[in-house]
Design a binder for this molecule. Sequence first.
Ligand code: DAT
Ligand code: MG
Length: 151
Amino acid sequence: SSTERSYVMIKPDGVQRGLVGEIISRFERKGFTIKGLKLFSCPAALAEEHYKDLSSKPFYPKLVKYITSGPVVCLALEGPGVVASARKLIGVTNPLQAEPGTIRGDLGIETGRNVIHGSDSPENGEREIALWFKEGELCEWEPTLTPWLRE
Ligand code: DAT
Ligand code: MG
């Protein structure tokens, strides 16, 4: 549906490398609507909750350390099919395997420094947006451009 939302996050390596504008620009150009946007230093408890499905993996402690190693940029994106489309724009988990043209394919070389996160289902999109954004941090707005993007 057109109200589908994805939680997208530029990870600390993306922020440190000055890729914030480059990355946000790709989602803007594609036509998704930014409903939430902030720079944020995330506490370990939040990173642990966000990645709780991976808590049994050997790389989980390093993953939590990485995500909390510096500020991240949190994005709530909305639009038809935004969850799957954002995953396509992002590329597969290992940047060396990600296609050129994708964010990870163009900008990264290691799984443990893969620049960006995107929700893997609409349900997780809602779960993650609720986790990372507080009440009042999201904007209810509709761009005047919408009729030029959607019939
Ligand atoms: P994705 O971020 O593509 O949805 P995921 O949900 O399977 O991938 O894993 C979340 C993050 O955990 C991923 O972006 C990087 C890290 N990760 C995944 N598999 C890993 C591995 N085998 N070794 C190190 N880090 C890994
Ligand atoms: Mg995932």
